[in-house]
Design a protein around this ligand. Structure first.
Ligand code: ZN
Length: 170
């Protein structure tokens, strides 16, 4: 197990699109477990491989309070989506920023598990939001892309300024 380093906006590598996992082997299982460990370490509820600069369609999620019910979603796809719901979101790649995003309220989704078995499931509430947020990452998309241009510009300036400050300290 190893901790991976999480990319932060506006890193352009967050815009890469992940390719499908062709065979779920030990190397994929290792990546998925390292991603889970990284997500727990960073205090997130979901993490997509693009966020750790791995361009494969792998997502890990754990919504449980005890952090003991991990979900590994390989090649996740949304099959259908209904309703609309606004929920406040944050992201490990956009530190200390939270805002409301409208997404589908209920989804049907398909994925493969770490043994390569395919599952079809339904989700609503936080899990539905989380899956949509993480699949967006695999397509190079961030939750802040849904905000107004003005909000995005402000956020970008703020984060760039923070980065310059860190650079001076070093
Ligand atoms: Zn995110």
């Amino acid at each position: 197990m190893a901790l991976l380093s999480v990319l932060h906006y506006p890193d352009p590598r967050l815009r890469n699109v992940a390719r499908p996992v062709e065979s779920i082997d030990d190397s994929i299982r290792t990546i998925a477990r390292d991603m889970l460990e990284t997500m727990y370490d960073e205090g997130g509820i979901g993490l997509a491989a693009i966020q750790v600069n791995i361009r494969q369609r792998i997502i890990v999620i754990d919504l449980s309070a005890d952090r003991d019910q991990p979900l590994y979603l390989i090649n996740p796809e949304i099959l259908h989506a209904e309703g609309a719901e606004k929920m406040q979101e944050g992201c490990l790649s956009v530190p200390e920023y939270f805002d409301y995003v409208e997404r589908a309220e209920r989804i049907g989704y398909r994925y493969q598990d770490l043994n390569g078995e395919t599952h079809e499931r339904e989700a609503d509430g936080l899990l539905a939001v989380c899956i949509q947020h993480e699949i967006d990452h695999l397509d190079g998309k961030l939750f802040i892309d849904y905000l107004s241009n003005l909000k995005q510009q402000r956020l970008r300036k703020k984060l760039e300024k923070q980065e310059r400050q860190y650079a001076q300290v070093l």
